[in-house]
Design a protein around this ligand. Structure first.
Ligand code: SD4
Length: 305
């Protein structure tokens, strides 16, 4: 019914990311160029407190970034717990292109970024530091599931926390696909915590001839079921992107019962023909869809609860 999609991404701020990805495509860029360019938009935005520069720090005050990039040939690169670097997605791409590895973490990732010439930038903005200091007044130093960044539905719309991880999926006219996902992760997480986003099959998965999927929300609930890989597996088995997103969200709800009360998890999927799926646990997850003509709409995803 809807026009075939060319680029999709998570949340309303995905619209600006899609625009950058679309422009890169029109300029002759590859699918990987396009999704990287899109992901770089919220990474550079100090007002987005869940991605890149301006992201909320961990409990110790360090901003640490997770990112992954993947195409449908199985090329993949990722970084986790990267510090002092704005464009985690570009470092992830270098992991893919310049190393024999798929994922580099922590100090090694930060050193690799410096070796590759990415400038050292302090990612902790005054606004993010102030939010962290406020949080410290009451915080217990222990992981509390769904405490901080767990779901947009629990946040004031338009408020400081009204932003989230970006996942982008794009396709070309031949039906090839690529995706990117980048985040500063859960606000005030434990030091060293890695979410779903940089993990292949959790935060992102892309398969030739089948489709791609990406996730947002409380990463632990996605990681434990290999969420994005599960969406793509369901599409491989014949489900539409929409039905596949619904299947995994229902599976998480059934598996976790009361443990996911008040928790947000959302999935977004795209197939080679440009069909889109989106579904989440709680109302509030939105996504941006750009068609072949470059027109972008932001839509609310249907939710289980
Ligand atoms: C994470 N899924 O690290 C990411 C971030 C996110 O709401 O989407 N938080 O868990």
């Amino acid at each position: 019914t809807a026009d075939p999609a060319l680029i999709v991404s998570t949340w309303d701020f995905g619209a600006a990311a899609n625009a950058a990805a679309f422009a890169r495509m029109k300029a002759g860029g590859s699918l990987l160029d396009a999704v990287e360019a899109g992901a770089m938009v919220p990474e550079a935005d100090p007002e987005n407190h869940s991605v890149g520069y301006g992201g909320y720090p961990d409990r110790d005050g360090h901003v640490t970034l997770d990112a992954v990039i993947m195409d449908d040939r199985g090329d993949v690169g990722a970084v986790a717990a990267l510090e002092d670097t704005v464009h985690a997605i570009s470092v992830a791409r270098r992991v893919m292109e310049k190393t024999p590895h798929t994922l580099i973490v922590g100090e090694g990732a930060t050193r690799f970024a410096r070796d590759q010439g990415f400038p050292k930038v302090d990612l902790l903005t005054p606004a993010a530091e102030a939010a962290w200091r406020e949080w410290l007044k009451t915080a217990k130093y222990q992981p509390v599931a769904n405490s901080e960044n767990a779901g947009s539905a629990r946040r004031p719309r338009g408020g400081a926390l009204d932003h989230d991880t970006i996942g982008l999926l794009a396709r070309d006219p031949a039906g090839h696909l690529a995706g990117a996902c980048t985040t500063s992760g859960m606000a005030f997480k434990m030091r060293g915590r890695v979410g779903d986003s940089p993990q292949v099959g959790a935060g992102l998965y892309v398969e030739a001839g089948v489709g791609g999927a990406t996730s947002t929300g409380l990463g632990e609930e996605v990681t434990r079921v290999s969420g994005s890989a599960r969406v793509v597996a369901s599409m491989r088995a014949g489900l539409s992107p929409q039905a596949a997103c619904e299947e995994v969200v229902k599976h998480i709800a059934a598996l976790r019962g009361n443990a996911i009360k008040g928790v947000q998890v959302g999935f977004l999927a795209l197939d080679p023909r440009g069909r889109v799926g989106a579904f989440c646990l709680l109302p509030g997850f939105t996504y941006a869809v750009t068609d072949l003509a470059g027109r972008t709409r932001v839509l609310p995803a249907p939710s289980l609860f």
